[in-house]
Design a protein around this ligand. Structure first.
Ligand code: G4P
Length: 528
């Protein structure tokens, strides 16, 4: 296969949804149909990680599971499919946002009974802002729920995007029997699920005009379907890929991940429509995926995947060029050459060493601590910097130090590694050697920090909450001692030595701004 063909057959996407809509289940069923697993149920559910820290910790004990699920790859119909895993808990949404940086499209999963929920709205907004085309899968069709027309309206009213059904449920609410394919005018009726969704579902497919279907579903339901379709044809939007690309339209599918109903038709149509790797903006130029010069973006770091070895894996999305095992690339941020020697790829529950990989693929490499999330790796003779990685302003702050001062070394190592992972942001205050100020987007992050420092580095943490909720980066080269009105604020440095003001609220910050009219205070740091 040529390089171009390899690029064009990649489909890299994330599934976004509110917890409990069925993301874990759908992911597993896609693997089942993709032939990556043979019986559903073999990828352990990680769903408990969204409920409480204790559950998250429980899961962390089985570390291999969450880790191998970071990205799942399989081949289907000539496509190479990469599914990016996004964590479910709200407090981890920062991770989710970052993962979306590696996706070319997103599947928005909606529970037929619940419709568009809070977390879905947030994630949708990120995809839209990033120009990621969104496909919709309405799940749990085996249950009572909203009518498909009402859901279309809800999507439009709540999310501001029109939905174009690619297929349509056949039957009545709570007891759908099959799917109508609008492009081919075919009906596919699914057999009753007898294996609790463990195995693929039998189905019967044919033209909607074939009298057998009238017999099978009854004249009344058949007529109701014809009426619905007519209404959609007349009043609905036509499929238009440009509109999908520009975020005006979302192709909509129906099914039930649990019973495997509609999963295969969705997978096939989705792979046909979903975009191959898209060009990506760098500070210097727009990087075409088909460019032969290698570039990749680090979007996730996971330390201690194997707690006994303290290894640290950096996950990167290849943006252009072919990756070959052992190749040497430039780490743009440190200007260092790095040899990518043991690249890993993840398939269902196994890790394998990759020989080569193409734009759209995700690989993990071991790194001792040079790389951070958002960093770029590129060919030494074609330097680019991906600069649009989202940084979220922390809203919670605490001062942390080791209970046992003898553990200072492990404390610093652990804090540095976890901050590089993006688990928390760390700040240093001058003259305060044995403690860090840490900032987080959600409170849960502190608890996770405490747990991980103890479990992975053997450090018990002293944790003092600080009364701040706002962080501002001082722009330019300003001597912090010249700033006025900081009596109730704390001045710290971030990991790149930039001055940051921590203060209790926006109002106080406004006051500081008034006293320092010539200084610009930024809500997020400038990237470079
Ligand atoms: P998540 O990752 O989005 O949080 O959702 P997950 O797949 O864990 O699914 C959440 C619950 O919804 C699970 O039930 C799951 O079985 C159920 N579910 C998923 N797809 C369907 C579907 O198509 N129809 C119906 N009726 N239910 C579905 P649970 O009771 O929490 O867990 P379990 O006991 O079934 O494992």
């Amino acid at each position: 296969m040529t390089f171009l063909e390899e690029v064009n057959r990649r489909r890299t996407f994330a599934i976004i949804s509110h917890p409990d809509a069925g993301k874990t289940t759908l992911t597993e069923k896609l693997l089942l149909y993709g032939g990556a697993i043979h019986l559903a149920g073999s990828v352990k559910s990680r769903k408990t990680n969204k409920h409480a820290v204790s559950d998250w910790m429980e899961i962390e004990k089985q570390r291999g599971i969450s880790v191998t699920s970071s990205v799942l790859q399989f081949d289907y119909d000539g496509c190479r499919v990469n599914i990016l895993d996004t964590p479910g808990h709200q407090d981890f949404s920062e991770d989710t946002y970052r993962t979306l940086m590696a996706a070319d499209s997103a599947v928005m999963l909606i529970d037929i009974a619940k419709g568009v929920e809070a977390q879905t709205k947030k994630l949708f907004a990120v995809c839209k802002e990033r120009g990621i085309p969104i496909f919709t899968f309405v799940n749990k069709l085996d249950h009572f729920g909203k009518s498909p027309f009402d859901l279309m309206e809800e999507i439009e009213n709540v999310l501001g995007i029109r939905a174009v059904p690619m297929n349509w449920p056949v039957g009545i609410n709570g007891e759908y029997k099959g799917i109508f394919d609008r492009e081919h005018n075919t009906i596919e009726l699914f057999a009753k699920d007898e294996t609790h969704g463990q195995e693929k579902l039998e189905s019967q497919k044919g033209s909607v005009d074939d009298p057998i279907f009238k017999e099978l579903i009854g004249e009344e339901l058949h007529q109701a379907l014809i009426d619905d379709i007519e209404l959609l044809d007349v009043a609905g939007d036509a499929f238009d890929f440009e509109k999908v690309r520009s975020g005006e339209l979302t192709p909509m599918f129906f099914g039930s991940a649990m019973t495997n109903f509609g999963v295969k038709p969705f997978l096939e149509k989705f792979l046909e429509l979903a975009p191959s790797p898209a060009p990506r903006k760098a500070l210097e130029e727009t990087v075409e995926p088909t460019s032969e010069d290698f570039s990749s973006l680090v979007f996730k770091i996971q330390a201690n995947m194997n707690p006994n070895h303290h290894d640290r894996i950096v996950f990167m999305r290849i943006c252009s060029g072919k990756f070959e095992k052992g190749m040497t690339v430039l780490h743009k941020q440190s200007n260092k050459s790095i040899r990518l020697s043991q690249p890993q790829q993840f398939l269902a529950t196994e890790r394998t060493i990759v020989e080569d990989a193409y734009p759209g693929d995700i690989i993990g490499v071991f790194d001792a601590g040079t790389m951070g999330v958002g960093d770029t790796l590129c060919a030494a003779n074609h330097k680019v910097t991906f600069g649009d990685f989202p940084v979220f302003p922390p809203e919670f702050f605490a001062r942390v130090s080791p209970k046992d001062t003898m553990k200072r070394k492990q404390f610093i190592k652990g804090m540095t590694q976890l901050a590089q992972e993006g688990a928390v942001q760390i700040f240093e205050q001058q003259l305060s050697l044995d403690s860090y100020v840490v900032g987080a987007v959600g409170m849960l992050q502190f608890e996770v920090l405490e747990y991980r420092l103890k479990n992975e580095y053997g450090v018990d943490l002293l944790n003092h909450t600080l009364p701040y909720s706002v962080a501002r980066w001082v722009d330019g080269d300003v001597d912090p001692t010249t700033l006025k009105g900081l009596d109730n604020a704390m001045v710290v440095k971030d990991n790149r030595e930039r001055t940051v003001i921590l203060i209790s609220n926006e109002w106080q910050m406004g006051w500081v701004q008034e006293r320092n009219p010539d200084v610009t205070f930024l809500t997020t740091p400038k990237l470079h």
